[in-house]
Structure formats: C-alpha cells, structure tokens
Design a protein around this ligand. Structure first.
Ligand SMILES: Cc1cc2nc3c(=O)[nH]c(=O)nc-3n(C[C@H](O)[C@H](O)[C@H](O)COP(=O)(O)OP(=O)(O)OC[C@H]3O[C@@H](n4cnc5c(N)ncnc54)[C@H](O)[C@@H]3O)c2cc1C
Length: 476
C-alpha cells in the first residue's frame, strides 16, 4: 500500500473523522439555521421518527404533505445530515443496474415497477429543490459504468441485456471504449454502459435543505437526542425524556445493527471518499465536463463525480465491516489510502493534484443488496433499511412509502414488492460480524487481484464467493 505522502494526501485528508465531511462543512457555512435543541421531558406526537437523515426527513416531509395536521417529531442523535446523508457521494442513481437481482427476487413486472418509482424519486428530488429553493447542485447527467477488466465487460453486456429483456432497452445503453473515454478519458477505462437515470447532488445541502423545509412545515426536530430504545406504545425513550406516539419510524440506517428488531437484516460496512484540490483545467483536459456520475464494476465499488469548482470526489475500493458503528467508520486512514490509490490509478494526469479532504461512514448492507421498507408487529412501527450504499434516491422513495404506511394509505406505493418483503436474514452474532468482516476484506483482495491481472488467492476467492453460495445476493 502506498504511503500518505506518495498519494499526496494533505490537510483534512490526513485527519478523517476529526472534522465533518467537506459537503457538510460547505452546507453549514452557507446556512443561517437555528439549532434544534435536544429533547428534555416527555412529549406526545402522532408520528415519532428516529433518525434525521434522508429517510427520516423525507418521511416527515411526505407525512406533512399528506396530512398537514399531524404532529411529527424527529429525534436525531447528531445533527440532521450528520450521518451518511450528509457525507455520501451524492449519486442519486437509478436501479436499472440492479435489475438482475430485482427480477430474481420479485419477477420482471414488479422489478420494472420498482425501477420506475426510483426514476420518479430522482425527478422528485429535483422538483423538491426547485420548489423550495434548495441549491443542492441537482444535475441529471446520467451514470457511466466503466469496465476496468475483462470480466467487467461481460457484466456490462449482462446489464444491457437485462434492461432489454425487461422491455426497457432505452435505460441501459452500451458504450464502446471510445464512447466511455469521450465522457471521461481515464486510461483505465474499457467499454461501459450509460444509464440515463442518474443525477448528482450536493448531499449535505439537500439534507440541510430538507431540515429547513420540514421545520417550516411544522415538524419538531430534536438534535443531539439519542433514542435508547423503543417501548411498546410506541414510545421513544431517550436519557432526558420520551416521545409517545401513534406510530414510530425507524430511519437509523446502519445503526440498525444495534436494534434487536432489525439487526439481522443488515451488516455495517464502511466506505470512504477522498476529495482532490480543484483542477477544472484538468477536468477539461480529460473531457469530463458533462457532470456524469461514474463508477467501476468492482464488488468493492469505486464511485466518482465532479464538483462545481472542478474537483473529483472519489469513493470506495476499501473499508471494513464492524459489529457496531464506531471509529472504524470515520477515522480509518487505511481506507482513505485505499480510496486514494484508486483515484491515482484511474487519473494519472492528476498525479500532481493534492488530495485535500477525506471522510467515511457506514453503509447498511442487506442480504439482497437492495433495501426493504415495511412495518413491524404489532403494526405501528415502520422501517426502511438495507440501502447497501445506494440510498440517495431510494430514501426518497422510502419516505413516500413510510408516510403512506404510517397513515394507513392503501396506495400503489405500499404494494411495491420491497414493502414487507420477507428476505433472507444474516446469521446471528457473532457469526454475522465475523462473516461480514472476512467477506468484506476477501472481496477487496479478489477485486484488486483481478484488476492487476493476477489470479485471486484461492482462499480469498472462496470466501468472496461464499455469500452467493449461501443464497445472499452479495459478492462476485
Ligand atoms: C461515504 C458514503 C458514500 C455514499 N455514497 C452514496 C452515493 O453516492 N449514492 C447513494 O445513493 N448512497 C450513497 N451512500 C449511502 C447513503 O448515504 C445512505 O444510503 C443514505 O444516506 C441513507 O439515508 P438514511 O437517512 O437512511 O441514513 P442516515 O443518513 O445514516 O441517517 C440515519 C440517522 O439516524 C441517526 N441515528 C442512528 N441511531 C440513532 C438513535 N438511536 N437515536 C437518534 N438518532 C439515531 C444517525 O445519527 C443518522 O443521522 C453512501 C454512504 C457513505 C457512508
């Protein structure tokens, strides 16, 4: 592994976790918002929402749109957008690349219906920004999947065929090597696929904009308020008070690993992003001026996009799994170097441009690589989780579904196939965490060997393939 100085990591890139993400620092610097004080004492509400990320805030937004008279309270342990919603890559991307898994789980018609709803959610995010004056850099420029190895070219062919077989050939278009490089001239790129369903956002501005809008709609938010447990009722219990409500929504993402009701539905993996210094002239030189979202096709996915001031934000390629959300999700300098190595590999013409920032966070990996939304017994606690690193657009859909579930609406949305889907569970602890940690590193080793044209180590290969052998839709 290369050293921090070889990778030209500077400034905040050397101290991941010591400061908030670059996105969130930008968003907070440009807003003039009063704090939402912690809960003190006991309160009542129609709906109490645990978690002030996209899922919780979209749910609050759609609840107030449906029923303005409802009393809605959001409890957030940090500040709204302090979690992954304010630090992700800002890829609001479609599900057409997930068609294979969706069809396997739910059948072709339901899979296409789900993909169309995600498209509607991408449109909905843009409309929300327009309607409420939220400048979250929403730009619908599409998504390029760039193959970086021979096996990835086959994956591209399968993705294009899956869309055509599902009757949506326009959604996934094959790109030749020349077409990929015309959009972004990395020497690492081979052929690829263009998915038109993809928009980039400044995620923290979106999260903070949502916070402003729901407050204006009359939602009560308590930041700095950690929910310790949910009693029957439901009643959200904190160490300084409780909120008793008709319905509760658990919108806690990877923190679900600590909630007994949800723990076996997710495993928590980390992913990190590095951010270059601005170099708009270098972006122009490689022709990447169209704002496309781009990723490779590793299982330990690398994803990258540009910023308004001409930087590259480059995520993924490393990270680890852990049983509880702690420092390894935010302070991991090895994971930063792994992301930086990917950036240096794909963008050699940027070798003199320093990497100025880096941050990480947890993703909630589900057994199917796809989220589920639903209601727990006895019927008044609702949840959404399992985004597996693709939650920006799906959390908007989750908000629409959860609001409908909480008000008891008999809508098309609550009949989507992932609502109350009974998916396979991960094994109980300690097997879940041990297995997740081993599989995560084996997948990275497998991907890296393949990328370097080497045969993956047989043990790493066997462990990387284990989830599929056990019936999970994860890994190569
Ligand atoms: C580095 C990184 C890059 C990513 N890139 C992308 C991307 O480009 N595109 C994409 O689609 N997805 C991406 N994701 C995933 C995406 O960020 C998430 O799927 C999405 O933000 C989920 O929203 P959420 O509201 O469910 O979760 P979160 O934003 O995590 O919100 C959950 C909130 O619950 C709070 N909470 C947890 N437990 C409690 C408790 N007990 N009491 C009170 N509050 C609690 C947390 O503090 C947190 O703020 C990325 C994730 C990471 C970490």
């Amino acid at each position: 592994m290369q050293t921090a100085s070889e990778l030209k990591l500077t400034g905040h890139a050397l101290t991941p976790g010591a400061q908030r993400s670059w996105w969130l620092r930008e968003a907070l610097a440009s807003e003039d918002a009063a704090p939402c004080p912690p809960l003190t004492g006991n309160a009542t509400a129609d709906v109490v929402i645990v978690g002030g990320g996209f899922t919780g805030l979209w749910t609050a937004y759609f609840l107030k749109e449906l029923r303005p008279e409802l009393g809605v309270v959001v409890l957030e342990q940090d500040i709204c957008g302090g979690g992954p919603s304010g630090r992700n890559g800002g890829f609001a991307s479609g599900w057409w690349d997930e068609l294979h898994g969706l069809v396997h789980l739910y059948g072709a018609d339901a899979a296409v219906r789900a993909c169309r709803e995600i498209s509607n959610s991408i449109t909905g995010i843009g409309q929300f920004c327009d309607r409420h004056g939220v400048d979250a850099w929403f730009r619908r420029s599409g998504y390029v999947f760039a193959a970086t190895g021979p096996r990835h070219e086959l994956v591209c062919e399968h993705m294009v065929r899956a869309a055509a077989d599902a009757g949506a050939p326009e959604e996934m278009r094959a790109l030749t090597r020349e077409e990929v490089r015309a959009r972004c001239a990395s020497p690492a790129f081979r052929s690829g696929v263009f998915m038109q369903d993809g928009a980039s956002v400044q995620p923290a501005t979106l999260a903070r904009g949502l916070r402003r809008v729901v407050l204006e709609m009359g939602v009560t938010i308590h930041e700095g308020t950690k929910v310790i447990r949910l009693n029957a009722g439901p009643e959200a219990v904190t160490d300084r008070g409780t909120v008793r409500a008709g319905h509760a929504v658990l919108a806690v993402n990877a923190w679900a690993t600590a909630w007994p009701q949800l723990a076996r539905r997710v495993a928590a993996w980390s992913t990190y992003i590095v951010l270059s210094a601005p170099a708009p002239e270098k972006l122009a030189a490689i022709g990447w001026t169209g704002g496309e979202l781009i990723s490779d096709l590793r299982q330990s996915l690398r994803y990258f996009r540009t910023t308004r001031d001409g930087r590259i934000a480059f995520g993924g390629g490393g990270g680890r799994a852990a049983p509880r959300i702690g420092d390894s999700f935010t302070h991991d300098t090895r994971a930063v170097r792994e992301a930086a190595e990917g950036f240096r590999l794909f963008f050699p013409s940027w070798s003199e441009v320093p990497i100025e920032d880096a941050w990480g966070g947890p993703i909630d990996v589900s057994p199917t690589h796809l989220p589920t939304f639903g209601t727990l017994e006895p019927g008044n606690v609702h949840y959404a989780l399992g985004y597996t690193g693709n939650g920006v657009a799906p959390s908007h859909l989750a908000g629409r579904v959860l609001a409908d579930l909480a008000v008891g609406a008999n809508s098309d949305l609550v009949r989507l196939p992932m609502v109350n889907a009974r998916s396979r569970l991960f094994p109980p602890e300690p097997l879940r965490s041990l297995g997740a940690a081993m599989v995560r590193r084996a997948i990275i080793a497998y991907d890296t060997a393949e990328e370097r044209g080497r045969r993956p180590n047989p043990l790493a290969s066997a462990v990387a393939h284990l989830p599929r052998r056990l019936g999970y839709l994860l890994g190569p």
